[in-house]
Design a protein around this ligand. Structure first.
Ligand SMILES: [Zn+2]
Length: 319
């Protein structure tokens, strides 16, 4: 493995670049540049009677920074509730840093996924540098949600909604504030970075774009990348549609020509998406289509091995 930095990219942003943005009074987005592998966004909805936190972060240090910022912004109001938008570690490993009294909500399949997740116990050298989560421990949701659950915090209504089928993962939830038209999308939206759907479904993720658009949000806090408003929302959702169709077309072509996912990925022209971070996800996403086409489980080890082969080195993270 090499420690040689990519000379074409800017120096990795420090964790200090993370910022709590107040979208509306009491509604906050925690935005962490650069949004690549393991560097997620989170959120908080706060009032006098307490705080709802939407997701935690991958490492103890990043989660502490997030919770400290929320504590300062809310005058120390207690974090009564938390929701995990899905099972991935960048959104859940920090759960154990929440107060013991915080009640955590997640989709039932998100809960199963985190329970079975081996990466929290030690990250394999698929990324460079290999992430160190710090003192985190697996902490599962106290409440399993199904298709929908409504929370009431600080006089605000927060609807937790499942897209109805696998999309980014099998257990996705969005947090939607219908009065304020603010959407915390989790990883159903990656703003300006390569979407990842290998643990969900490309067809499902494509359908979920229409579903998100039908809510007509004014503000979208994506799972990764900057907060979106106005035409920025339309632009990013349209990018997702085109990217997912590129995956489906590439997989169809590869299957018809007898190519492996890696061979198909090596031949595709990523076009407008070439400059997106984490481009190697094309390999992981193609593995998902191939697995679904064959009616079998995705081989995670093979998929990650192929992604690294495509890239020629371990994947980048700045977590
Ligand atoms: Zn994710």
């Amino acid at each position: 493995m090499t420690d040689t930095p990519d000379t074409n990219s800017a120096p990795p942003p420090t964790a200090d670049a993370a910022e709590l943005q107040e979208l509306l009074p009491g509604i906050h987005a925690w935005v962490q540049p650069d949004g690549t592998w393991w560097v997620n966004n989170a959120g908080a909805v706060a009032g006098d009677d307490g705080v709802l936190v939407i997701d935690t972060c991958a490492t103890a240090a990043r989660t502490r920074r997030f919770l400290d910022a929320v504590d300062t912004a809310t005058g120390g109001a207690p974090v009564r509730l938390a929701v995990n938008t899905h099972q991935h570690g960048d959104h859940t490993y920090g759960n154990s840093l929440l107060p013991s009294t915080t009640v955590i909500v997640g989709h039932s399949r998100m809960r199963e996924g985190l329970q079975a997740d081996p990466i929290i116990d030690g990250c394999p050298p698929l990324w460079n540098p290999v992430p160190d989560w710090g003192p985190v421990a697996r902490r599962l949701p106290d409440i399993s949600a199904g298709s929908a659950l409504t929370l009431h915090v600080a006089g605000r209504r927060i609807e937790l909604l499942h897209p109805g089928r696998p999309a980014h993962t099998t257990g996705d939830l969005i947090a939607w504030l219908p009065e304020e038209r603010v959407l915390f999308s989790g990883d159903l939206v990656f703003a300006g970075l390569t979407p990842l759907v290998f643990m969900g479904s490309v067809d499902g993720a494509l359908a979920a774009v229409d579903w998100l658009e039908s809510l007509q949000p004014d503000v979208v806090v994506p799972g990764h990348g900057p907060v979106l408003t106005g035409t920025g929302i339309t632009r990013v959702l349209d990018e997702h549609r085109r990217y997912y169709r590129l995956i489906l077309d590439t997989a169809q072509d590869g299957l018809s020509r007898g190519l492996t996912p890696l061979q198909a990925a090596r031949q595709v022209d990523l076009g407008e998406f070439t400059g997106w971070a984490d481009a190697e996800r094309i390999v992981l996403n193609l593995h998902r289509v191939y697995a679904d086409h064959a009616g079998r489980d995705l081989d995670v080890i093979a998929a990650f091995g192929n992604a690294i082969a495509w890239l020629g080195r371990p994947m980048h993270t700045s977590v």
